[in-house]
Design a protein around this ligand. Structure first.
Ligand SMILES: [Zn+2]
Ligand SMILES: [Zn+2]
Length: 158
């Protein structure tokens, strides 16, 4: 299967080895992509583990898992990845939109996420959600928003 992050690589050559712990994400964007793919494949523990320590306290693996399972993850859009800052008090930012369905409602969430290194590994600190759109209710016969070119009712709306 192709990687959910939209890289057009096989999952096994992209985010899967990072989620499995065989490889570490070598950039904030790669960590962000792997976290999205973990949402899409229901790997709640990985999502929890890749929060920075300071943010982990407010998280709960079960809730992450419920949210991941409730949503049908359509695709990820990366708008911008900042360069790795030279100074330690600046944090790299990745701006992205996650497109997903809740039932037959198409949602898009746009966020600028901040990342930091902990023990040499990229971790997700937090993010500012700039848009949280319920884009619209899907009709059964319209093209599926996952870009499969199938009708919604024959694809993600089944
Ligand atoms: Zn990927
Ligand atoms: Zn679809």
């Amino acid at each position: 299967m192709l990687c959910p992050c939209g890289s057009e690589l096989e999952f096994s050559l992209c985010c899967q080895p990072i989620i499995n712990g065989q490889k570490t994400a070598d950039s904030p964007e790669q960590l962000m992509r792997s976290r999205y793919s973990a949402y899409a494949t229901g790997e709640a523990q990985y999502i929890y583990d890749t929060y920075a320590k300071a943010s982990q306290a407010q998280q709960n693996v079960e809730e992450i898992g419920q949210w991941a399972a409730m949503s049908k993850w359509l695709f990820l859009e990366i708008h911008h990845s900042s360069a790795i800052p030279q100074s330690a008090d600046e944090l790299p930012v990745v701006k992205f939109s996650a497109h997903y369905l809740l039932g037959n409602k198409y949602h898009k969430m746009t966020e600028s996420s901040r990342f930091l290194l902990e023990n040499g590994q990229w971790r997700y600190l937090d993010g500012d959600v700039s848009e949280f759109d319920e884009v619209r209710e899907m009709k059964r016969n319209e093209p599926c928003p996952c870009r499969s070119k199938k009708k919604f009712k024959q694809c993600c709306g089944r």
